[in-house]
Design a protein around this ligand. Sequence first.
Ligand SMILES: Cc1cc2nc3c(=O)[nH]c(=O)nc-3n(C[C@H](O)[C@H](O)[C@H](O)COP(=O)(O)OP(=O)(O)OC[C@H]3O[C@@H](n4cnc5c(N)ncnc54)[C@H](O)[C@@H]3O)c2cc1C
Ligand code: SF4
Length: 341
Amino acid sequence: MNSFTLTQATAVDEAVRDKASHDGSAYLGGGTNLIDLMKENVSRPTHLTSLHKLPLGQIENTADGGLRLGALATNAETAWHPEVEARYPLLSQTILAGATPQLRNMATNGGNLLQRTRCYYFYDLATPCNKREPGTGCSAVGGYNRILGILGTSESCIATHPSDMCVALAALEAVVRVQGPDGERTIKFEDFHRLPGDTPELDNNLKPGELIVGLDLPKKGFEKHYTYLKLRDRTSYAFALVSVAAALELDGNTITDARLALGGVAHKPWRDKEAEEMLKGQPATADTFRKVAAKVVTGAKGYGSNDFKIELAKRAIVRALKQATEMDYTKDDNAFLNSNP
Ligand SMILES: Cc1cc2nc3c(=O)[nH]c(=O)nc-3n(C[C@H](O)[C@H](O)[C@H](O)COP(=O)(O)OP(=O)(O)OC[C@H]3O[C@@H](n4cnc5c(N)ncnc54)[C@H](O)[C@@H]3O)c2cc1C
Ligand code: SF4
């Protein structure tokens, strides 16, 4: 691990100034991703601006009926907060599906958004990787890509964004609040992360030096009909192969509003607004869900070892929408699919 200097900032302005005044610096949240990357020499900051002492740990109601999550609130504090559990249970469910209790006690909300991909080659300094070293090539295209992307990929990079929490934030239309050298601004969640295109080294649309200070959740939390279905190689301590956040509003059996976002399939949480529109006004049946699932994977592309994800995503969407409708995770899928047109 390379040596580095460290500042413990106590105010947001101070943190932004400190980072701007050190070339090659990085913000330090819970450190659960950044320190690993530094140990592996994937990331080599020469200075860290620690955020631990910033007053950004609150979770509080907003005047418009929403909820503001501080960037320094831990993932555990957020998932177990009474307002989040009651009003945004989809968010709690996604956070608790990720990592381990120990990691969630350290990981911060800001850091969760900015965790790097888990592509094997990104961590392997002996192999080319456009994200780690722009212009060197992508080892995953034509290589082993079981965990990598099928939607919105480019020939430069097929990495996925690994966060569970971000899949709910996409579905719930969160807004990211940031402060940087040029002042404060907000970024709609759908505009926060990027697709790889020709610049896979850029994961998001933050400007240099910008600090995430919080996340705003709108009033609507879909607390009656929601689910997060995470499919992975192990049932805990593993990243999603495919995950689905589904949230519905129902009038009887008719869908009046819908949100649908996928994780583990793209460089960013993959929200499909057209699929959501397809759901509105339709009966909540297996037939409706199958049509929507087929639409979501239109244009999906497998790269060999991850071809299976296309069918897996379709099935996961149908099951997640069914779970969100029934809010009973114990019922047999086959019974629903066979009895329900
Ligand atoms: C073994 C293991 C298993 C895991 N499993 C899962 C999983 O299943 N699902 C999942 O979603 N996640 C998983 N994670 C990832 C974990 O959720 C992230 O590491 C964590 O959320 C990152 O938060 P942090 O505060 O520790 O970030 P840090 O490691 O401190 O920082 C990450 C990045 O964000 C930047 N940063 C941090 N805070 C801010 C801020 N406020 N403003 C601007 N930049 C900032 C840092 O500079 C750095 O680039 C796992 C991690 C490990 C180690
Ligand atoms: S998929 Fe992206 S992160 Fe993985 S090797 Fe290719 S360029 Fe690197």
